[in-house]
Structures are given as structure tokens and as C-alpha cells.
Design a protein around this ligand. Structure first.
Ligand code: SF4
Ligand code: SF4
Length: 507
């Protein structure tokens, strides 16, 4: 039976530029001399190094351990020597440096002793989650959320449907499309493993209508246990909440999670990584990356994590200079980086090189309402813009700024060239800062109260010691007084006796 598809509000039809890079087989990027591996490549707590400078490591060896539940370990992308553990430029909007482990390759690419898991269907779902975690698997679609956390939600709640998301809706990006075409068996087997890990009743793999080759490869491999669905090409159909709405007609409520609708969603690349982890014990140390835009040869590369963005661009016959700008991700949601020495990390799906054209000047909002029409989550973008601009955090929250998925549809259609998403990011950061300040203030007032309490206690103790001393002194004084009186009385009696004796002698 064909699944009935639904729609989501807003969205955009736009040129996709996917044929630039989706026509040819991906190629392996050559082994770099040096790999820079940031300790934070996922949402959550950064991993903690378990190697030291000078250590020799093998490909796939754990070099940093997970720290806390929402964290994953990190593994060496090749064999070689740890030459530094320190701060390096990383892919982050702040462009600040962050802690990294640097490996100098020995050129041998020698593999660590990694082990597969037994036949997955006989393994307890919880154990499967541990395998997935130990292999450092996170949401490889770009979200970067540790996969085991989402799987655990599935074990602890009844899961109706597992959705494997192959809807690569952002223009230019084709890494999932090529991965499916080249490794469809990994995606399908990984999907079955994830389904076992969350014990889902139903399972759907979704791709976009403009991915016919990928669809055909999947179709060859699936049975009745998996439903394969083509969804209309419309941005941002691959967004988590939008895809759920298209496939099920269910709306995940504001602030809610897919699991609240009985759904768990993972990306196709995550499914392929799960297959590798379970059947071969392979951790996440490489990924498909689309390199496209101005480069001479747009294509997909299989890149070892830690390879620099500059090297990937070079591999596509291009030298990035000040006349171009480099975006990690797509043109709608990607992150502009000025330093091409940043490394490819687990969430880097695309390197887009564009001409560095100055942005058109921002003009006042003319209340045209275009932004409202395209918002896929039914927000009021122009209102949110105004609240963010005027630091009205209370109104921003009331108008659900945190439901904004930063898809960029509103900025794309704004005739006044207002960089709306930047305003929303600023608005969200202001709210987060306020919360931190409030938490800090609560913490400070708790500390102040504790300090007062401690000082009062000290004072009470001091007073009680003083009082005890005073009473003891008083007792001592009284005793001395009595003793002195007794002594005085004895002396007087002795004197009287002597006087009496002397008087008797004289008589
Ligand atoms: S699209 Fe731009 S100009 Fe039009 S209402 Fe929205 S913010 Fe204002
Ligand atoms: S960026 Fe946010 S406000 Fe703008 S269209 Fe997307 S979800 Fe709506």
C-alpha cells in the first residue's frame, strides 16, 4: 500500500545545483600528513584525551573517551604519532580555537585490533546501543547528537515508526545521495540494526523525488519490513519535524521531541555507520563530503576526519583565496568559515566555495509578509526579528523563537535583505545568556546565604566558647576568691593566736 503523504507549511522550491556533484563516483581523499581532531565534534560534553604527546596510535584506536552520558569517544583516523594536544581553529561560528588532538601520520594507515559484534538480532538492544556509542556514532546528517541517546529514548518509550532520513533538501549537498548509490547495502542493513535497537513497529526510509538513482539502489535491497518513500523536493523537507509531518501527518508540538509522537529518526549516513560499527567494529573516522561551488571539479570525497578543508578544496583542483568564501554545509544553513585550515569533522557534510560578493545593505522591514508565507514552522519571522533587535527576550520566547530551525527561508525571500537568521541566533544567545546570568545569580545568592549561615555559625560557636570560658573563669575566680578568703581567714586566725600567746607571755 502506498503511504499517504502530507504537507508542511511554507518552504521553498529553489534551484538545487545537485548535478554539479552527484553524477560521479566519490573518490578517496589521499592520506594527509597531519590530522587535527577536535575533542568536540558532537552535541554534548567534549571527549577527554586518553593519550599523551609522543604516543604511537593505530587507525581506529580510541584517543579520547566519552565524558558523561551525552558524549561519545573519538578515534584515531590513521596510524601515527600524537604530536600535540592543544588549541587549534575548529569549525565553529565563533571561529575561536578549541582543544584538539593532532596526529602525524606514519603513512602506513595500520588498523587497530577492532572486533565485530555477534549476529545483531541476537544481541540485546541495550548492548547494541553500547556498541554504537563506543564507535563514536553521532547524527551524521549535520545535527551531531550522540546516536545512543536517541536510541535509548526508543528503548525507554514505545516506538511506532523508525524513519531513516535520506532527504537531502539543501541545495548543492549530495553526500547522502552518493552514499546511498554507492553503499545502499550498508544503509539498509544499518536501518535493520537501528530498528532492532529501538524495537520499532514500522520502518521507513525516505528520499527526495530528485534522487532517482539512490531510490533505485535502495529498492533493489528492501523487503516488506521496510517502506521506501519518495517525498516531494521542497526545502526544508529533510528537517526532522517537517519530514515527520510529511510522512505521518503528525505535528511534533512546540518544545516536543519526535519520540513524543512515537517516532525516532536517524540519517542514512548514521545507518551506514551503524552497519560498519556492528558488523566490523569500525568507529567513525571518515565520512562522505560534497566539495562543490566554484571548485574546478565538484564531487564527493571520502575524507578522513581531521583532514583540513583547504586540502579537500585542493583535491578538487582549487585554491581558496580572499576572492571566495567557504561555507561548511549548504547555502541556507551552512557556516561561513574564514580559516580554511579548520578540519573536517563528523558533521561536515559539504564544503561549498562561493564568490565573495559583499552582502547587499540591510534596509528597513516593509511588512510585506513574505517571510511569514515561507516559514515551515508557522512562526512570525518579522515579529521575532523586531523582538531580537530590541533585546525583548520575553516576547521572543512567547513567540517561540526556539522553534525556529534556522532554515533561512525567511532571509532568502526578504526584499529588505535583512539577515533574519542572524537576528534569531543573536536572540537565542541573549536568552541563553540571561538564563546563565539568572542561574549564576541564583548560584551567587545561594552562595551568599551559605556564607552568611557559615559566618553566623562561626560567630555562634565563638560566642559559646567565650561564654564557656567566661563561666569557667568565673568559677575559677570564685574558687580563687574562696581560697584567698580561706587563706586570709587562716592567716588572721594564726595572727590572732600569736597575738594571744604573746599577750599571755607578757602577762
Ligand atoms: S520579508 Fe523582510 S521586509 Fe518582508 S515582512 Fe519579513 S522581514 Fe519585513
Ligand atoms: S529561519 Fe526560522 S523564522 Fe525563518 S523561516 Fe526558518 S524557521 Fe521560520
Amino acid at each position: 500500500m502506498t503511504r499517504e503523504l502530507h504537507s508542511f507549511p511554507g518552504g521553498l522550491q529553489m534551484p538545487t545545483f545537485k548535478t554539479l556533484s552527484d553524477q560521479e563516483m566519490s573518490i578517496l581523499h589521499p592520506l594527509p600528513e597531519r590530522l587535527i581532531l577536535p575533542l568536540q565534534q558532537h552535541i554534548g560534553i567534549p571527549s577527554q584525551p586518553c593519550v599523551s604527546i609522543g604516543d604511537k596510535v593505530l587507525k581506529g584506536q580510541t584517543i579520547a573517551r566519552a565524558f558523561g552520558y551525552v558524549s561519545v569517544p573519538m578515534h584515531a583516523s590513521t596510524s601515527g604519532k600524537i604530536i600535540d594536544i592543544g588549541d587549534y581553529p575548529v569549525p565553529h561560528p565563533s571561529e575561536l580555537k578549541a582543544p584538539c588532538i593532532v596526529i602525524e601520520s606514519d603513512g602506513e594507515d595500520k588498523l587497530f585490533d577492532i572486533r565485530p559484534t555477534n549476529e545483531y538480532a541476537s544481541v540485546d538492544p541495550k548492548e547494541l546501543q553500547d556498541v554504537i556509542r563506543e564507535c563514536g556514532i553521532i547524527g551524521l546528517g549535520g545535527a551531531g547528537f550522540p546516536a545512543h541517546v536517541k536510541l535509548n529514548e526508543g528503548v525507554e518509550n514505545a516506538v511506532d515508526t523508525l524513519i531513516i532520513n535520506g532527504v537531502e533538501c539543501e541545495p548543492y549537498i549530495t553526500c547522502d545521495d552518493r552514499l546511498i548509490q554507492e553503499k545502499a547495502s550498508y544503509v539498509v542493513a544499518g536501518t535493520r540494526m537501528i530498528r532492532h535497537a529501538v524495537q520499532a513497529k514500522h520502518c521507513v526510509i525516505a528520499v527526495e523525488e530528485d534522487m532517482p538513482a539512490a531510490y533505485a539502489e535502495l529498492e533493489k535491497l528492501i523487503d516488506d519490513d521496510i517502506e521506501l518513500v519518495k517525498v516531494p523536493t521542497r526545502y526544508p523537507a529533510g528537517g526532522e519535524k517537517q519530514l515527520i509531518q510529511v510522512l505521518t501527518g503528525k505535528e511534533v508540538p512546540s518544545g516536543g521531541l519526535p519520540i513524543h509522537a512515537g517516532i525516532v529518526m536517524h540519517n542514512v549516513a548514521t545507518a551506514a555507520a551503524v552497519f560498519r560499527a556492528v558488523t566490523r567494529g569500525e568507529p567513525v573516522i571518515s565520512r562522505y563530503v560534497t566539495v562543490t561551488g566554484l571548485v574546478e571539479k565538484s564531487r564527493n570525497l571520502q575524507v578522513l576526519l581531521g583532514t583540513t578543508v583547504k586540502d579537500c578544496i585542493k583535491a578538487c583542483n582549487f585554491e581558496a583565496d580572499e576572492n571566495c568564501r567557504v561555507i561548511l554545509g549548504g547555502p541556507m544553513m551552512g557556516m561561513h568559515v574564514t580559516n580554511p585550515d579548520v578540519p573536517v569533522i563528523k558533521t561536515t557534510n559539504c564544503i561549498l566555495v562561493q564568490e565573495n560578493i559583499p552582502r547587499l545593505p540591510e534596509m528597513p522591514c516593509i511588512r510585506c509578509g513574505n517571510c511569514v508565507d515561507v516559514c515551515p514552522v508557522n512562526l512570525l519571522p518579522q515579529q521575532l526579528y523586531w523582538f531580537a533587535k530590541t533585546d525583548n527576550t520575553e516576547a521572543s520566547q512567547r513567540h517561540h523563537i526556539f522553534d525556529c530551525i534556522e532554515c533561512g527561508c525567511c532571509s532568502y525571500v526578504c526584499p529588505s535583505n535583512i539577515p533574519l537568521v542572524q537576528y534569531y541566533r543573536y536572540g537565542k544567545s541573549q536568552i541563553a545568556a540571561e538564563e546563565r546570568r539568572r542561574d549564576g545569580a541564583d548560584h551567587a545568592s545561594a552562595r551568599f546565604a551559605a556564607r552568611n549561615e557559615r559566618l553566623q555559625k562561626d560567630e555562634r560557636e565563638k560566642q559559646s566558647v567565650k561564654e564557656e570560658k567566661r563561666i569557667a573563669n568565673q568559677k575559677e575566680d570564685k574558687q580563687s576568691y574562696i581560697n584567698a578568703a580561706v587563706e586570709r581567714s587562716k592567716a588572721k586566725r594564726a595572727l590572732n593566736k600569736k597575738t594571744l600567746e604573746d599577750t599571755n607571755k607578757d602577762d
